[in-house]
Design a protein around this ligand. Structure first.
Ligand SMILES: NC(=O)c1ccc[n+]([C@@H]2O[C@H](COP(=O)([O-])OP(=O)(O)OC[C@H]3O[C@@H](n4cnc5c(N)ncnc54)[C@H](O)[C@@H]3O)[C@@H](O)[C@H]2O)c1
Length: 337
């Protein structure tokens, strides 16, 4: 029997990598992609799906109670994979309201509709709906910041520092509460920084590439010493697929690649790759690096311990940063420049 899965935010960066992968891997699923198409959503990134018979796009807001309720009934939704969010930390500093509405209110609305559609009473699924699962995609930013050592584990206390991470932390807790209170079948993944094809132009790696090719200053916050743990986006998609199908209900799983790099290392790596692929008429791309005033409250370091996911579900990243960044730079050169 074909089973309908509601994917939210599938036109964003990670969703647009996940949806084609998931539709191709599971022809027996009908994938309904609900996306509001904010500035971050781009249907061109889903052109591979246009002719897939098991793919449907719905433009709409995850906060819209009537629409979400209608979608559950119309398609008989049997699973939710929830990406949709306001996701850019800088935007959350300038205008936090949309983050609270979408990330907290939208997640609540999806959970509440899933509960009503799948469950009869706390701890009791409607007959035939026992396998229905809600997978929530979250971030390592909920854990706050690290000093020079240490890793975020699933039991690290939450300490979000930005309006973005605070809104994601809140949504994680609502998901948790729906499991503990209503017995809903939920899983959550907290992932480190993703990179790869289809990312919005304003994010770090696309910005570096764009500025290089435009021969403009490449802005780097502070001294470029902030460290992130970088994961190739398709490895994240594979982890979500695995957790959605094999994860234990009520559990959270950290996803990360053990690939810590600071911003200076990132920019230098990209500049060196571009020096080989599209050399400048004069000088090196790294000459364009310019340090700008740091972001307020900029977390120093994030690093994820994904041992639980590897040990319990057998996940392993296929790319490391050195292989993933080559694929990424080549994709932007072929598709955006
Ligand atoms: N990008 C990362 O490095 C990263 C790392 C860890 C976790 N995450 C999480 O993964 C998820 C996806 O991140 P991303 O980088 O692809 O984000 P993105 O900003 O690129 O995409 C978000 C998508 O959600 C849609 N959207 C926003 N508000 C909506 C609403 N109210 N209703 C319906 N759709 C809406 C947008 O149109 C867009 O298509 C987010 O939940 C984010 O917190 C991202």
């Amino acid at each position: 029997m074909s089973k309908a899965i509601l994917v939210t935010g599938g036109a964003g960066f990670i969703g647009a990598n996940f949806v084609p992968y998931f539709c191709a891997k599971y022809p027996e699923y009908k994938v309904i992609n609900l996306d509001k198409l904010t500035y971050a959503g781009n249907l061109q990134n889903l052109s591979e799906c246009e002719n897939m018979p098991n793919y449907t796009f719905v433009k709409g807001d995850i906060c819209d109670e009537k629409l979400v309720s209608e979608l559950f009934a119309k398609y008989d939704i049997r699973g939710v994979i929830h990406f949709a969010a306001e996701s850019h930390v800088d935007n959350s500093i300038k205008g936090p309201k949309a983050f609270i509405e979408t990330n907290i209110g939208g997640t609540f609305n999806l959970l509440e509709n899933a509960r009503r559609y799948w469950m009869e009473a706390p701890g009791k699924f409607k007959p035939g709906y026992e396998e229905c699962r809600f997978h929530h995609i979250s971030t390592d930013e909920v854990y706050g910041t690290l000093g020079e050592t240490g890793l975020f584990r699933e039991d690290t206390p939450y300490a979000p520092n930005s309006p973005y991470s605070a809104s994601k932390a809140s949504s994680d807790f609502i998901v948790r509460a729906y499991h503990h209170t209503y017995g809903m079948n939920v899983t959550t993944s907290n992932c480190s920084n993703n990179y790869g094809p289809k990312q919005h132009d304003e994010k770090l790696i696309p910005t570096i590439i764009r500025k290089c090719l435009a021969e403009q200053p490449i802005p780097i916050y502070g001294q470029g010493t902030n460290i992130r743990d970088w994961l190739y986006v398709l490895d994240h998609c594979k982890a979500i697929d695995l957790i959605f199908h094999k994860g234990k209900s009520g559990e959270t799983y950290n996803v990360g690649g053990f690939n810590e790099r600071n911003n200076l290392q990132i920019v230098n790596t990209i500049c060196a790759l571009l020096d080989e692929r599209r050399p400048r008429a004069k000088g090196k791309y790294a000459d364009l690096i310019t340090f700008v005033a740091d972001r307020p409250g900029h977390d120093l370091r994030y690093a994820i311990d994904s041992t639980k996911l590897s040990r319990e579900l057998g996940w392993k990243a296929d790319e490391n940063f050195d292989t993933g960044i080559v694929k990424t730079v080549d994709w932007y050169l072929q598709n955006r420049h």
